[in-house]
Design a protein around this ligand. Structure first.
Ligand SMILES: Cc1cc2nc3c(=O)[nH]c(=O)nc-3n(C[C@H](O)[C@H](O)[C@H](O)COP(=O)(O)O)c2cc1C
Length: 355
């Protein structure tokens, strides 16, 4: 199986399956002498963990990070950093009735088309559980980026048709849906609960803002910063659309409106507007990087659905088990992690470029 690694100088490799004994990540390229403890990683893992609120899956995983290598006396050594997260609450019997069924919207059919074999319990590698490893690695990346003043903010902008309007970042971690508008939060939570009761699920939009990103990150051709961020974020299962700056909206503007005029803010070259979302020519400008991500409604719904099995017979499937009725709150820390992993890699490449 290829494609389990991400990054060039700050390179992560994840391993493990949803219903195996453990999942984990090896990070190559962590700078030495960085103070690092399991608690630094646990904070973010707790924000992604299943069973954290009534609007997420009720699978109960502690998602406890164990650092196996790369840290000595509380500091990184420059050796590969290995982090293990044990699986403790698998319920593989929930998947018995669907072991030869292609669940609609899942990777079952495409997995068989590719490998001819699959671990049907919990989706194996295609499970959202793999993203815990990214969050663990992202926590390390964030710690380094924090030293450079880079701040990554991600929140739920919309659940179905309900949008956050009055944006206040301070409220994001104070509500179960991780939105930045406390009034909208109540409506979003109620709509998720209603969808779950009806055996259904809801799609959502995440808004990402990166503050204080240094200018100069990203390369002009294949490794444009927006291209790398798009790959990072689209590699999260369930993400179906991505926009930078005004995104699709820019196609409706005139050049005279869309162009970000350069101005001096104090002594700093800045732009009067930020339609480009902090990236021009694939390279960061130093303005806020703004990204929106569209998340599909999760496929595992308890409504009866028609589909096919491996013998090409038409069957009815009712997906059992514990599932997320809306993925936004759990994907927020995963998106932060993938942005952090991309930026740290680009920052290291930029430092090497300027040697
Ligand atoms: C953190 C996380 C949790 C997820 N939990 C669920 C879930 O409970 N139920 C579900 O149907 N899909 C869930 N997914 C999405 C599926 O893994 C994904 O839809 C499926 O593998 C098919 O991939 P695709 O949506 O990218 O085509 C989750 C994804 C992530 C990132």
């Amino acid at each position: 199986m290829a494609g389990n690694s991400f990054g060039q100088l700050f390179k992560i490799t994840t391993f493990g399956e949803s219903h195996g004994p453990a999942i984990g990540v090896v990070i190559d390229g962590v700078p030495p002498k960085l103070p690092l403890s399991e608690a630094d990683i646990q904070k973010d893992l707790d924000r992604r963990r299943p069973g954290q609120s009534k609007i997420t899956t009720q699978r109960q995983e502690a998602d406890k990070a164990e650092i196996l290598s790369g840290v000595f006396e509380g500091k990184t050594t420059g050796a590969p950093l290995a982090i293990l997260i044990r699986n403790t609450d698998q319920r593989s019997k929930d998947y018995e009735n669907i072991k030869d069924v292609f669940r609609p919207g899942h990777a079952d059919f495409s997995y068989i088309a590719k490998y001819g074999i699959r671990d049907y319990r919990g989706g194996g590698r295609s499970s959202g559980r793999e993203t815990a490893c990214r969050v663990a690695a992202g926590a390390v990346a964030k710690k380094i980026l924090g030293r450079h003043g880079v701040d990554i903010i991600v929140y739920t902008l919309a659940v179905g048709e309900i949008f956050a309007k009055k944006i206040d970042y301070k409220t994001i971690e104070k509500n179960a849906v991780r939105t930045a508008d406390s009034k909208a939060a109540q409506l979003m939570i109620a709509s998720i609960e209603k969808a779950r009761k009806n055996g259904d699920s809801l799609g959502s939009i995440l808004q990402c803002v990166v503050k204080n990103c240094p200018p100069g990150l990203g390369d002009p051709c294949f490794d444009k910063l927006n291209a790398r961020l798009a790959q990072a974020l689209m590699s999260i299962a369930t993400v179906k659309g991505i926009e930078f700056g005004d995104g699709f909206g820019a196609s409706q503007l005139k050049g005279s409106v869309n162009n970000d005029r350069f101005v001096l803010k104090g002594k700093k070259i800045s732009t009067a507007t930020n339609h480009s979302g902090g990236i021009m020519g694939g390279i960061s400008t130093g303005e806020d990087i703004t990204i929106r991500m569209a998340l599909k409604p999760p496929s595992s719904i308890s409504k009866l659905q028609k589909t096919l099995n491996e013998k090409k017979q038409e069957v009815e499937v009712q997906v059992k088990g514990r599932h997320d009725p809306c993925l936004a709150p759990r994907v927020v820390p995963v998106a932060e992690a993938m942005i952090a992993l991309t930026l740290i890699d680009c920052l290291m490449i930029q430092k090497a470029t300027q040697l």
